[in-house]
Design a protein around this ligand. Structure first.
Ligand code: PLP
Length: 382
């Protein structure tokens, strides 16, 4: 199908689904429950970092993700920073991650004064390529003094951070077995993947620590917010301590035993989160229906609609299509945005950002191809 015909057809069908107003990429859905919970929270005076709704929110997150512990935070970025810091990532370290991600994934590594190493992604899901990970670890590292050292820089490979792109689960079993074999601690950046499954398991079960975001554009929102989940009681306690300015428990004394962070989620935000969690199943079903509509729309069109890989369930947080050429992508972006249908290119690859230009990068060209041809399309639930 000609790109002009396909774009017109897309605009027609997306308008039929969402209506004639401006169509955003992803908007939150609120109704009376959110208002009621927020009013109740204000009435209680517990709007800040203490409050029983924070505990309830964390308990529900444990339930949904089948995790033993969850610590809510002010953002997904703060959650990532805490996870890396809790593993002791520091200035003589490097952290393996993927080239295609939101900038927060790599920023959090830099907040620890460590250097990201960017690996290319695999084509089906746009997530970290396990073959490249093994290749890098086999050829470029060795065990030294109990840690895994990068032979060319002499630095310690302190962690690997995998991100589930647009909600599509990464190849975690393969990645976990490689990380276990090479003794690399594994973190999942599941900012986009609440409600995504690998087999019967919620994402996050293959790593030491998993982080989520509840920013306004995510599948559920707390306004701003995030969380870290883990099954490890010591790491859970460490995260809680670091997020709470490293204050030691005492009835009235202020004593902090190291430099900590004020990263706790305020109760007001947790109230919003509790109301949103009531709708999570609805959002997931609604998004699955929309993904099916898009799948049919783009069938035999020449453009590829991203679907969940076999054996996995994506939350279809943000839908994506890939064209054959960058010219087609550009045409589609320009026409849809001109017509009030918000579409966006994928993120500039992290190693192309000026502050990460110094980082080591392993390319296969897959991430470039995704960047050149892929567009995110409206994905809000209705
Ligand atoms: C992959 C990824 N990591 C981290 C974040 C950071 O989350 P936040 O915006 O809540 O800080 C986001 C989203 O914003 C994201 O998409």
């Amino acid at each position: 199908m000609q790109i002009s015909d396909l774009t017109d057809k897309f605009i027609r069908e997306v308008r039929e689904y969402y209506g004639n107003e401006f169509i955003p990429l992803h908007r939150p859905i609120f109704d009376e429950i959110e208002k009621q919970y927020l009013f109740d929270c204000i009435d209680s005076n517990f709007v800040s970092s203490a409050g029983k709704e924070v505990d309830s929110f964390e308990m529900q997150l444990c339930d949904i993700t089948s995790s033993k512990y969850a610590k809510s935070t002010v953002s997904g970025t703060a959650a990532l920073h805490l996870a890396l810091h809790a593993l002791g990532v520091g200035s003589n370290d490097e952290v393996l991650t993927q080239r295609l991600s939101f900038v927060a994934t790599a920023n959090a590594i830099s907040y620890c004064n460590a250097a990201p190493i960017f690996l290319d992604v695999e084509p089906e899901t746009g997530t970290l390529c396990p073959h490249l990970l093994r290749d890098f670890l086999e050829k470029n590292t060795k065990i030294d003094n109990g840690g895994r050292k990068n032979l060319s820089t002499g630095k310690n490979i302190a962690a690997c951070v995998v991100m589930h792109t647009f909600g599509h689960p990464a190849r975690m079993q393969e990645i976990k077995s490689i990380c276990d074999e090479f003794t690399i601690p594994l973190i999942e950046d599941a900012a986009e993947a609440l409600g995504s499954y690998i087999g019967e398991e919620h994402v996050g079960k293959n790593s030491l620590l998993t982080t989520y975001s509840f920013n306004g554009n995510k599948i559920i929102t707390t306004g701003g917010g995030g969380c870290v989940t883990t099954d490890d009681s010591l790491l859970a306690e460490r995260i809680r301590h670091l997020a709470t300015t490293a204050k030691t428990p005492h009835q009235y004394e202020y004593f902090h035993d190291e430099i900590g962070f004020n990263y706790r989620m305020p109760n007001l935000n947790a109230c919003l989160g509790l109301a949103q969690l009531k709708k999570l199943d609805y959002f997931l079903n609604n998004k699955r229906k929309l993904a099916l509509i898009y799948k049919n729309l783009f069938e035999n069109s020449g453009a590829h609609f991203w679907t969940e890989r076999e054996g996995c369930k994506s939350n279809y947080w943000l839908n994506a299509i890939s064209f054959n050429t960058s010219e087609q992508k550009q045409y589609f972006l320009e026409k849809t945005n001109k017509k009030g249908v918000m579409t966006r290119p994928v993120w500039t690859l992290l190693d192309k950002l000026p502050h990460f230009a110094y980082c080591h990068v392993l390319k296969t060209g897959v991430a470039e191809k995704i960047y050149d041809t892929t567009v995110n399309i409206p994905s809000s639930a209705i």
